[in-house]
Ligand binder design. Structure first.
Ligand code: ADP
Ligand code: MG
Length: 381
């Protein structure tokens, strides 16, 4: 079975074609058009610009994918698109395009939860069948989320961030010390030259039954050391050490809580995805710790850590193959949750307050507040 997937939840237009086989789902072709450079001058994503880019890109990217595999559109069995969560105007473009295509081809249209895509992307990347149950860790610019995945559509939230997402913490610390967005790769480069033990930075380690994350104390400690140490400006080694210590603190917390979540859920498998997983130290620490603990670790690769359409098509294809009824794809839902309704309410409230807070800082760029959202924030929901 072949499924064409479209992902436009934020500022990346992505299209992919996947094919199921008896053992796994293969990504036959995928393309991503990133808008990072377009939005960079505004310090965040401008929704209207993102929308227009998606509109321009999709009619180019869909034929490009089909050409790469040398197939016509008739060869696909279903069309899938991200239903949410995400930026409403961006979601609408991909969803409408996919729906129109499905109607024209007389094929089913399937709506996919973006977060479900992230959860299964490590399995796709490793050409493995999605094996439930497992614990999923998503660490990105908009999310830090631990999920007990019991089966398709059966997800329990184990923990999430009470303030900044892990990637957001990297971005904010980078901004504090004058590094460009996105901050994660910049901090990683600086950290390579520094000593991770140089600064004693706080870690919010797991308390009993609490797998939530908090990075605001860590961020404040970094600010304190940066602002109170005049050497930061004159001796680069100080900034290298601060970056290395910060990176180590984030990695320690992510690894320790993920492993605690696996133990608490009594599962054997940990699947990790999200942009922060591009961090080499995080990957190595996860590999080392899971090996020691006998945990089956499934890591997304660099191409599937961040937003992509392979994961959207993958969810639809795997569900169809497993006989699970997928979402019908009638409408988008910018606040779509992975969890039961009570959890969704909590997510929505948290997402709203984070969105308001982050939007405020865009006003000074000369655009109206409502015109700009900060990178990653649309995925807070
Ligand atoms: P979102 O879709 O939620 O915006 P992504 O999955 O696209 O997030 O990931 C982007 C985030 O990942 C950014 O916050 C970025 O700083 C972070 N990131 C990317 N590469 C690295 C890295 N090497 N180390 C740490 N963080 C990283
Ligand atoms: Mg994402």
């Amino acid at each position: 079975m072949r499924v064409l997937g479209i992902e436009t939840s934020c500022d990346e237009t992505a299209v992919a074609l996947v094919e199921t086989n008896p053992w796994s789902t293969d990504i036959l072709a995928q393309v991503i058009s990133s808008q990072i450079e377009l939005h960079r001058p505004y310090g965040g994503v401008v929704p209207e610009m993102a929308t227009r880019e998606h509109l321009r890109n999709l009619p180019l990217l869909v034929p490009q994918v089909m050409k790469e595999v040398n197939l016509s559109l008739d060869a696909i069995d279903a069309v899938a698109a991200t239903e949410g969560p995400g930026l409403a105007s961006s979601l609408l473009i991909g969803h409408s395009y996919a729906r129109a295509l499905a109607i024209a081809l007389s094929k089913p249209m399937i709506g996919v939860n973006h977060l479900e895509g992230h959860l299964i992307s490590p399995f796709l990347a490793n050409r493995r069948a999605v094996e439930f149950p497992f614990v999923g860790l998503i660490a990105s610019g908009g999310h830090t989320l631990l999920v007990h995945a019991l089966g398709w559509d059966r997800y329990l939230k184990l923990g999430s961030t009470v303030d900044d997402a892990a990637g957001e913490a990297f971005d904010k610390v980078a901004k504090l010390i004058g590094l460009p967005y996105p901050g994660g790769p910049e901090i990683e480069k600086m950290a390579l030259k520094g000593n991770p033990e140089a600064f004693g930075l706080p870690r919010s380690f797991p308390e009993r039954d609490n797998l939530n994350f908090s990075f605001s104390g860590l961020k404040t400690a970094v600010r304190f050391f940066y602002e109170k140490s005049p050497q930061m400006q004159t001796e680069p080694e100080w900034a290298y050490d601060l970056c290395a210590s910060f990176q180590k603190a984030v990695v320690d917390v992510l690894v320790r809580k993920a492993v605690a979540a696996v133990a608490q859920s009594r599962v054997e498998r940990l699947a990790v995805s999200g942009g922060v997983l591009c961090n080499k130290m995080l990957r190595e620490e996860l590999e080392f710790t899971c090996y020691e603990a006998g945990i089956d670790l499934v890591l997304a690769d660099a191409a599937s850590c961040t937003d992509n359409a392979g994961m959207i098509a993958g969810v639809a294809a795997e569900k169809l193959a497993a006989g699970v009824e997928p979402r019908c794809g009638d409408d988008i839902n910018p606040n779509l949750s992975l969890f039961a309704s009570s959890e969704a309410d909590g997510d929505a409230a948290r997402g709203l307050s984070a969105a308001i807070k982050l939007k405020n800082r865009q006003a000074k760029k000369g655009l109206q507040e409502e015109d700009v959202v900060a990178p990653g924030e649309v995925e807070v929901w």
